[in-house]
Design a protein around this ligand. Structure first.
Ligand code: SF4
Length: 669
């Protein structure tokens, strides 16, 4: 009998779309958007549609496999796989648990897929990465300024007179948000995109302002200077709700429009016009993208943009906001249920420095890696060193659905269930504030397990008696107790339909009670000072602290190298479809192609201080002539890892990878 189930897209995406999954005789035959969800409204992107094909692909991993020789694998039973893992972990625990690294990320958004936290907290003081390849500099910036990162409901842009898409490209990465931006624009809201690339969102905006990569902080500070000089600030908001305005105002005197014109490459009149528009055409919303915080100066960049919103009183009002992330749902999840309250002294290192840490750390060295929900061999910086790093680690275990680059470099691969083959809860920490339930819809066809079963079995075999042996439903009920207590949202309610945590007209910071030490919006922050950012958001030039380029004579590297997300792939996940040995496209301005005598579709090599990569030239006539770009996530051998060219430099806070602080040159052979 044909049945239709509601579920949720589990990908690390802004939108957490509600899905309708049609099943016939135990097999999924269709996946489409759920028309009843008020935000995702029945349409989904190509990545969501691919869940069906990915469930039944021929190359899906179907049983545990152990590497027997270079790229030769042998299927083994789960019993044998567990035996290999537990004997290795037991030996390590007898020596020093820090020899065991567990590495995870956001490849699957289900709450229960974080169960490994509990398991490894029980193992002992292991080694774990901290920080992010994605968003942590901006998160720290908003923690400093506001106390936490909250965003307005997608629909609130309908109240805005002005929208700045500052480094954000929702037309590709958050399609339902772009839907509201477009609606607002149709009713007269002015939409301006600030981006080095003319993205799809920029093409759909009223205006695109092309900015030199990494200089967004300079633009924001010069705008703030111009606003204050022309008395366009909101004095009432400043007097009542801001700490440190006078200090900020004094600092701004050096950030003049003339200076910013040189720094950003934006005409001075345009900077003035933008500042005046933003300050006077209120309410004005800023959508801050994550690309702008992938430089060494990034937390202060986000702080400078937040400051613009604060001094103009665009905080706590409908249609305003400095929208970066949205940590609404996570506040109602009890992470102690997943062992978050176990007092541990784990050894940590920045995620971006994975290769370097493994190669340089010998006290004690890493003997075993356990990798879940991620593909760090490909996605972490410095691919050439990553080969040496993985080589150094004696035993690597990866849980995945497919033989990714990381799985291929591992010694043991465990095949995992996808979101339709297990029960879980989903929410996004970026976009809207719904929490959704995903039931187990089909039985896995093969000998595959979900993370809960894997770690429950391992805990049992290692005699970790504190690890609760309970069904998924029990775990979920315990984890959402705060949600039930404070919002009346129980698991039963979630099973009926996705539930909003707050109504769409709930405006972040409407009460002006900020979660900062002073209770005010903090332009001046002691916390920021302690972290070495300086108490007030200032500006440092990108590349100024980057020794790779200084040691290698930066003038040899001609082009900023950006690696944005592709519309059709969630990081590396959907690039599985690319054919082998096909170089990835490098997008360049045709003027540059003419200068270097490069034809479209010709294959060339490009180089950074970290390595070289073969690429196929593709023209983007609307791109700056000082910038090239290539989509991140292309597999090794299926386009080539952009991280071959990217170093492990860190941003100014949050242990954020400064991935965009990369320059390349064409290799003339
Ligand atoms: S990837 Fe994002 S937009 Fe696409 S279906 Fe999933 S949640 Fe929706």
């Amino acid at each position: 009998m044909v049945q239709v189930y509601k579920s949720t897209c589990p990908l690390d995406c802004w939108d957490a779309c509600s899905l309708e999954v049609t099943v016939d005789k135990g097999e999924v035959i269709n996946i489409q958007g759920d028309g009843e969800h008020s935000i995702t409204r029945g349409f989904i992107c190509s990545k969501g549609k691919k869940h069906l094909e990915r469930t039944y692909r021929d190359d899906r991993l179907t049983s545990p496999m152990v590497k027997t020789h270079e790229d030769e694998w042998q299927e083994i039973t789960w019993e044998k796989a567990f035996e290999l893992i537990t004997s290795k972990i037991s030996a390590i625990r007898e020596q020093d648990s820090k020899r065991l690294m567990y590495y995870t990320d956001s490849g699957h958004g289900g709450l229960l897929s974080s169960i490994e936290n509990y398991f490894f907290n029980l193992i002992g003081d292991v080694t774990i990465p901290v920080g992010s390849l994605c968003w942590s500099a901006g998160m720290e910036a908003q923690n400093i300024d506001f106390g936490m990162s909250l965003s307005h409901d997608y629909s609130d842009v309908l109240n805005s007179k002005t929208i700045l898409l500052w480094g954000r490209n929702p037309a590709d990465t958050a399609i339902h948000q772009m839907n509201y931006v477009q609606k607002a624009r149709k009713t007269g809201t002015r939409v301006i995109a600030i981006d080095p690339r003319k993205t799809k969102s920029a093409r759909q905006a009223d205006e695109h302002i092309s900015i030199k990569p990494g200089t967004d902080g300079a633009l924001a500070l010069a705008m703030a200077n111009h606003i204050i000089k022309n008395n366009l600030q909101d004095n009432s908001f400043i007097d009542n709700h801001i700490k440190g305005f006078e200090e900020f105002k004094e600092l701004l005197t050096s950030y003049t429009i003339d200076w910013a014109e040189k720094e950003t490459g934006i005409d001075r009149r345009k900077i003035e016009e933008l500042a005046e528009l933003y300050a006077t055409q209120k309410p004005a919303a800023i959508m801050i993208g994550y690309g702008i915080q992938r430089y060494t100066n990034s937390a202060n960049t986000v702080r400078a943009i937040d400051a613009l919103a604060a001094i103009t009183g665009n905080i706590g009002i409908a249609g305003g906001g400095a929208n970066y992330a949205n940590k609404q749902a996570v506040n109602y999840i009890d992470d102690s249920v997943f062992g978050g309250d176990i007092d541990r002294n784990h050894r940590t290192f920045p995620k971006a420095k994975l290769a370097n840490f493994i190669l340089e750390e010998n006290n004690p060295p890493i003997d075993m890696m356990f990798i879940t929900k991620s593909n760090p061999f490909l996605q972490a910086p410095d691919t050439n060193r990553m080969y040496q790093a993985f080589e150094k680690v004696d035993f690597k275990v990866t849980i995945d659905m497919f033989m990714t680059d990381t799985a291929r470099q591992s010694d043991l691969v465990l095949p995992c269930a996808n979101f339709m083959e297990k029960e879980d809860l989903y929410f996004t920490s970026m976009g809207h504030n719904y929490v959704s339930y995903g039931p187990k819809i089909i039985e896995p066809e093969y000998d595959i397990k979900n993370e809960l079963d894997i770690f429950t079995s391992l805990a049992d075999k290692l005699n970790l008696t504190e690890f609760p042996e309970q069904e998924a439903e029990q775990w979920l009920k315990q984890a959402i107790k705060p949600l039930e207590k404070y919002k009346g949202i129980s698991l039963e309610k979630l099973k009926e339909k996705p539930q909003r945590i707050n109504e769409p007209d709930t405006i972040p910071w409407a009460d002006k009670n900020f979660l900062t030490p002073s209770g005010k919006y903090e332009l001046y922050s002691k916390k920021a000072q302690e972290w070495g950012l300086g108490p007030i958001p200032g500006y440092s030039q990108p590349f100024s602290t980057y020794t790779d380029y200084q040691n290698n004579n930066m003038t040899n590297y001609d082009f900023y190298f950006l690696t944005p997300h592709h519309r059709d792939s969630l990081h590396s996940q959907h690039f599985i479809d690319r054919s082998q040995d096909e170089p990835g496209y490098l997008y360049i301005n045709p003027e540059i192609a003419a200068k270097y005598r490069l034809r479209e579709n010709s294959v060339i090599k490009i180089a950074s201080p970290k390595g070289t990569l073969s690429v196929k030239i593709k023209f983007d006539p609307e791109l700056r002539t000082d910038t090239v770009y290539m989509y991140e996530g292309l597999w090794i051998g299926k386009g080539g890892s952009v991280n071959t060219l990217i170093s492990d430099a860190l941003s100014d806070a949050g242990d954020q990878a400064a991935l965009y602080e990369t320059k390349i040159r064409f290799v003339v052979e």
